[in-house]
Unconditional design. Structure first.
Length: 116
């Protein structure tokens, strides 16, 4: 970890259920994800902005937020992180990548926080 990248994150990829008919639950589960990066990598996580309410628009709904996760160039090969990958930080918070892109400094992923 460093001053610019004070956090540690793991990157996993959800597996797609196979089969048809009466199959097990096919939703997002942490236990069915496969690691994309074998070891924790340094990262910087920043709140990007609030994105409005969920589609149900219930009175008690909290606003959706977008987060930016920055990962340095030497930590993960360019193009490794894809859309719908899940980033889990050192505090156990999980973020789904909705906008992966990279530049000369490394990965910069726009994410939405996953909640249970």
């Amino acid at each position: 970890m460093s001053f610019l990248y004070p956090r540690a994150v793991m990157v996993t990829r959800p597996t797609q259920p196979t089969g048809v008919g009466a199959v097990a639950y096919g939703g997002e589960q942490q236990s069915t994800e496969t690691p994309v990066v074998a070891t924790p990598v340094p990262a910087n996580i920043q709140l990007a902005k609030e994105r409005g309410k969920p589609d149900a628009n219930l009175p008690a709904d909290a606003g959706k937020t977008l987060w930016k996760v920055f990962i340095p160039l030497q930590a993960v090969a360019l193009g490794t992180i894809l859309m719908r990958d899940v980033i889990t930080d050192d505090l156990g918070q999980r973020y789904q990548v909705i906008g992966p892109y990279w530049n000369s400094l490394g990965h910069s992923c726009v994410c939405e926080r996953l909640e249970t």
